[in-house]
Design a protein around this ligand. Sequence first.
Ligand code: 5GP
Ligand code: ZN
Length: 120
Amino acid sequence: MTKMGQASDCIFCKIAAKEVPADIVHATDAIVAFRDANPKAPTHVLLIPREHIDSAAALGEAHADMLVEIFLTAAHIAKSEGIDGSGWRLVTNVGPDAGQSVPHLHFHLLGGRGMRWPPG
Ligand code: 5GP
Ligand code: ZN
């Protein structure tokens, strides 16, 4: 750990600390939302806690306020992106089978196109 709650080699900690550039669409003391570098949909925003948490598997009750903020912010961004009427998806991947490639908790906000269920 470097600064409080940060992991030294984590790309998303660095984005939250503005040490690595990203297209940030929303930021507060607790969370940051930025556009995915390799978007899978017309709207593809990642919402992360500033605190380094490996994945949803490491969440505890102390994270409740942060999680509520992430969900409310996702709905807010969906509205500002104009996809609140067409629909959107909020997903988090945990571990290899789910395809998690960055070990810092993040929620994908996806929208602007039709999506299949279940995901492949
Ligand atoms: P995961 O596969 O872990 O669920 O999602 C990681 C996401 O982070 C991927 O969609 C990937 O495109 C995105 N990503 C990885 N590195 C960066 C980066 O440096 N900047 C941004 N904006 N997105 C990134
Ligand atoms: Zn991190």
